[in-house]
Design a protein around this ligand. Sequence first.
Ligand SMILES: [Zn+2]
Ligand SMILES: [Zn+2]
Length: 253
Amino acid sequence: MPEARPVCDQWFSTQKINDRLYLITEPHYYWFNRANLWLIKGQNQDLLIDTGLGVSSLRHYIASLLDKPLLAIASHIHFDHAGSMHEFEHRAIHAAEASALRTGDDYEALCSPAQGWVLPEHFDCLPYEGFTVETYTLKAAEPTHILNEGDVLDLGDRALEVLHLPGHSPGCIALYDPKSQELFSGDVIYDGELLDQLHCSHIPTYISTYKRLERLAIETVYPGHYTIFGQERYSQIITEYLEFRRQPGCPSE
Ligand SMILES: [Zn+2]
Ligand SMILES: [Zn+2]
C-alpha cells in the first residue's frame, strides 16, 4: 500500500511579471505537464490564458486579482490547460475544440485513464481530501466565445490577435500583441520537449505552423510550459524543429 499523500496547504502559486501580467502555476504537480496560466490585466477587461488541471478552485484563488470582466481562454483542450474552464462565466476556445469542451471529452483532453497521462505519482500532495487520479475528468463546459483565426481581443489599452496554430492539437491557438510583439504561445512553442506525436497531433501541420511562426516579429514569448524567452531562443527552437523534422526517413532508424 502506498503511503497516503497529505493535502496541500495551497495548490497554486503566483508570480507577478509586471503590473499587467501574472503567472499562476501548480507547483505540487509534475513539472513535465505543469502549465503556465497567464492573467493579463487590461483596461476594460482581463484575460486568463489557460486554467490548469481543475483540481482546485482557480476562480477563488485569483479573485483578489480581478476587478473587471474576465474572459477565460483555453489555448487548447488538453487537461493541463482547460481543467478549470467550467469555473468561469465567460469561456473561449478555438472552434476546432469547442465540442470537446462542451462534452468534457477526456480522450481529446488526454486524461482518460487508458491514456496514462494523469498518474498518482505526479501529485506530491493532494489538491483536496479524497482526490484520486481514477476519478479525475475534464469537466464539461459550454464555450461562451468561439475563437477563430484573426479574431481580436480588445482590452482597451491593448489588443491581442488570435492565431490558429494547429499541429500539437487541431485547435491550438496563440495570442499575439503586434505592438509589443509579445506572444502567449500555449503548447505551440515552448523551450522544452515539443509534443507532436499525440493522437491529436499532425507533424506536417506542425511544420506549416512553424514556417508561419518564422515570419512573426517577436520580442517576448510567454509559453504554456517552462520559462519566458525572447526572439533569439524563439528562432532557435523553430530552426531546430524544422531541421529535425525535415530529415529524410525516421530519425530513430
Ligand atoms: Zn497540450
Ligand atoms: Zn500543455
